[in-house]
Design a protein around this ligand. Structure first.
Ligand SMILES: NC(=O)c1ccc[n+]([C@@H]2O[C@H](COP(=O)([O-])OP(=O)(O)OC[C@H]3O[C@@H](n4cnc5c(N)ncnc54)[C@H](O)[C@@H]3O)[C@@H](O)[C@H]2O)c1
Length: 312
């Protein structure tokens, strides 16, 4: 009997807290201006920092006086980023390392080098990514394997390398750059969507684990953008590009940096994508397919050519 009473009061307390968090705390948090944390002196490591959004994030974090470490397979691209940041006149610390994040041992070796030469990483941005954009059945096995290794598995290696220090100090931030393709499956992108759904799941379980360990000082952000005009998805388009235009790399990277500064847990952009998340959850598959056909999602990859040497 006593146990039943205790359970009853526990349930009441749980229910009141649930209502408060859902209908008071979260809406207020969303409405009120968000304070931004100071990242001066933090060590920010960005994988795929040579081009696209990685490059732009490096430049923005440098302006905030963080120490920057970029990893990429493209040395020339990284050299330009380093030169650009150094020429900005600020006394920013910027380090670049040629690292193929698909290679586990290379990640661990480079992580050790960073620890010795720069210090412990406190903000990790798992951003490096690839897209094949070819029909799965016609894609060579090695391309599929590489895509999964870069887009997803590499996150596990960088976590193993950098999370322990963050846990010990209860301080840090892990950013998972996934994609809206981690929420919505798209034809012609089976391998890419698989890798991004996995990245979203990785972030969710990591966040849950940090919560369970009460490591409130280690933050996570998962980034899920729609098309960004970096060149990676050159040619891909939906029928309503005028309604939901591709994002500019400058806007997308600014929003990512802002999400880190405000400790936002999810960045799904543009916001209209939230409506599609709800629609997908509540609609029958046949109706959801109708929407996908109407919006041209099923023809999204028809004119895909991929990176054509253009860089953002
Ligand atoms: N461009 C888009 O439309 C879009 C949309 C949603 C999500 N994303 C994701 O955002 C991230 C950045 O995309 P982007 O558009 O800036 O791409 P990008 O092609 O401009 O840059 C990706 C960077 O990753 C690097 N890279 C590739 N393989 C690597 C490897 N094995 N090791 C280390 N570095 C490697 C590349 O050299 C490049 O510098 C990716 O994870 C991508 O999947 C992009």
């Amino acid at each position: 009997m006593l146990q039943a009473i205790r359970l009853f009061f526990e349930f009441i307390s749980f229910f009141v807290k649930l209502l408060f968090l859902t209908f008071v705390f979260s809406p207020l948090k969303w409405l009120l201006p968000k304070s931004k944390k100071d990242v001066a002196g933090e060590v920010v490591l960005i994988t795929g920092g040579g081009m696209g959004m990685g490059r732009l994030m490096a430049i923005q974090f440098a302006k905030l006086n963080a120490s920057i470490v970029i990893w990429d397979v493209n040395k020339n691209a990284m050299d330009s980023v380093v030169a650009e940041i150094k020429s900005s006149g600020k006394n920013t610390q910027i380090f670049s390392y040629v690292v193929d994040v698909s290679k586990r041992q290379e990640v661990f070796d480079a992580a050790e080098k960073v620890r010795q030469e720069v210090g412990d990483v406190t903000i990790l941005i798992n951003n490096a990514g690839l897209v094949n954009g070819t029909n799965l059945l016609n894609t060579p096995d090695e391309r599929i394997q590489l895509l999964m290794d870069v887009n997803t598995t590499s996150h596990l290696w960088t976590l193993k390398a950098f999370l322990p220090f963050m846990l010990t100090n209860n301080h840090g931030h892990i950013v998972t750059v996934a994609s809206s393709a981690g929420f919505f499956g798209v034809n012609g992108l089976i391998d890419y969507c698989s890798s991004k759904f996995a990245a979203v799941g990785l972030n969710e379980s990591l966040t849950m684990e940090l919560h369970s360990k009460n490591k409130t000082g280690v933050k996570t952000t998962v980034v899920c953008p729609y098309l960004v005009k970096t060149g990676m998805f050159e040619g891909a388009a939906s029928r309503f590009d005028w309604l939901i235009p591709p994002l500019t790399p400058e806007y997308a990277s600014r929003r990512i940096v802002d999400s880190v500064l405000t400790d936002a847990q999810l960045l799904l952009m543009p916001r209209i994508l939230f409506a599609f998340v709800v629609l997908k959850a509540i609609m029958p598959t046949s109706a959801y397919f109708l929407i996908a056909d109407f919006f041209g999602v099923t023809h999204f990859m028809d004119k895909f050519v991929g990176r054509t040497g253009k860089t953002a």
